[in-house]
Write a protein that binds this ligand. Structure first.
Ligand code: LLP
Length: 429
């Protein structure tokens, strides 16, 4: 790992000393709340939002914009509450996410609803909450939304999520803007679908949206996609369909290892240049960049297992807690929470969980000075980590803690066995 620890919202108390987040010792957090445990830094979350917000604000220079945090990346209520207090809007993909945003005090008029399979019930919920906009991904979805809005006697504001057919050059599982992806409306169909939308009785066409993928570290494809949707907005204006916002989606990548990623100021200025003098609002849907490097997963070493061919560090976190390495071959840094003074001998380990799957490897070939009972911090675990966790192998989901200054607050209790079986005990068969 070559990026500095500060990139991952942690630092050493002194050279070779204990690992800290803000003013809190991570070993103390592990002791207090148990492991596995996700820990987020309030300061790092705030800074991540303010950096992006600052870049866009200065590029826009007084023109309107809205940063809609993609809730799916980390949907803890405390995280949503923090972003709402910083002025964020929200990008949701389900009725559940909408209810989380409302519970956290997010403003419905700053909510955009993405996702390609919205049910009539979800549409009704969002229409009744009076959200800012629905991102529509297909013609049947458009017709359904018109019907649901008609039944409620209101108009639904929509943008089309178009598929600009741009290669985001990221992992195929998180690449979404190519023709053969299930997402969005094909670019060459978009004009027709807009005409249809404009003709529907209970649809109000307000924007254009796209999202080409995630963990994008070079902004060229994002700019290419932006160029295409701005051109589409111009073509629509020529037909008398005036849009109020354009949105190039999320996708800004972060450093997991040593990747150089998108310069936010440069990206914001490039978006601004694409928009030119057009009088429209700029929306963004960032997830990972706001939370990814603001969190770590703390886990305790259960066993040091040395075999002839490999050394394994068996820890108490597993693929059910953090599935990204198993699902996307993703890299997460691993560092010891304790001081290196008097620490164990260094060995190269595969860091593995107890789940009965060969894919349950959280990190490959890491040089660590670890012994049984030590705590490790798995870095960059703020995005798509707890949010993608499960109860596989009947493992309760981990606790979540928010560090603010030198203290931590429990923001989600560790699940208990009762939590896991509660809904099954209601069965009468
Ligand atoms: N907008 C839409 C419509 C999306 O589908 C997504 C993410 C975002 C915004 C936010 O993208 P971000 O800024 O976070 O890149 N589980 C994967 C990532 C899946 C991303 C899905 N869509 C991972 O762990 O890498």
């Amino acid at each position: 790992m070559t990026a500095s620890l500060a990139t991952f919202a942690v630092h050493r108390a002194d050279s070779g000393g204990e690992l800290m987040m803000e003013g809190a010792l991570l070993n103390d957090i592990a002791e207090c709340y148990g492991t596995p445990c996700f820990v987020y830094s309030k300061a790092a979350l705030t800074t991540a939002f303010q950096r992006l917000d600052g870049a866009v604000k200065s590029a826009r220079n007084g023109r309107p914009y809205l940063i809609c945090y993609a809730v799916k990346a980390n949907s803890n209520l405390a995280v949503l509450r923090l972003f709402a207090s910083l002025g964020a809007g929200f990008d949701i993909v389900s009725g559940g996410e909408l209810m989380r945003v409302l519970e956290a005090g997010g403003e419905p008029k700053k909510v955009v609803f993405s996702g390609l399979g919205k049910t009539a019930a979800e549409m009704k919920l969002a229409l009744e909450a009076n959200i800012k906009c629905f991102n529509i991904e297909s013609e049947p979805e458009l017709e359904r939304l018109n019907d649901v809005a008609a039944r409620l006697g209101i108009e639904a504001r929509i943008s089309l999520r178009v598929n600009p057919d741009v290669d985001a050059k990221t992992h195929p599982y998180i690449s979404t803007g190519l023709k053969n992806n299930k997402f969005g409306i094909a670019f060459d169909r978009a004009m027709d679908v807009y005409r249809r939308a404009a003709a529907l009785s209970h649809i109000d066409v307000v924007g254009v949206d796209c999202h080409i993928g995630s963990q994008i570290t070079d902004d060229a494809p994002l700019q290419e996609a932006m160029g295409r949707i701005v051109a589409l907005a111009d073509a629509l204006a020529n037909e008398g369909i005036t849009l109020h916002h354009v949105c190039p989606g999320g996708g800004i990548g972060i450093t997991y290892k040593d990747e150089d990623t998108i310069d936010l100021n440069r990206y914001a200025l490039a978006l601004e240049a694409s928009m030119g003098a057009r009088d429209v609002e700029l929306l963004l849907e960032p997830g990972r960049v706001l939370v990814g490097n603001a969190g770590v997963l703390l886990s305790r070493v259960e066993f040091v297992k040395l075999t002839e061919s490999k050394n394994f560090l068996v820890i108490d976190a597993a693929m059910n807690d953090l599935i990204r390495p198993s699902l996307y071959q993703a890299h997460h840094g691993v560092v010891m929470a304790g001081s290196s003074r008097g620490a164990a001998v260094e060995r190269v380990y595969d860091v593995v969980g107890p789940v009965c799957e060969s894919a349950d490897v959280l990190a490959h070939a890491r040089a660590l000075r670890a012994r049984e009972g030590d705590v490790v911090a798995i870095l960059s675990a703020g995005a798509y980590s707890f949010a993608m966790s499960s109860n596989y192998n009947s493992r309760p989901r981990a606790a979540e803690v928010l560090v603010d200054g030198d203290g931590g607050a429990l923001i989600r209790e560790r699940e208990t066995f009762d939590d896991m079986v509660r809904l099954e005990r209601l069965q009468t068969v």
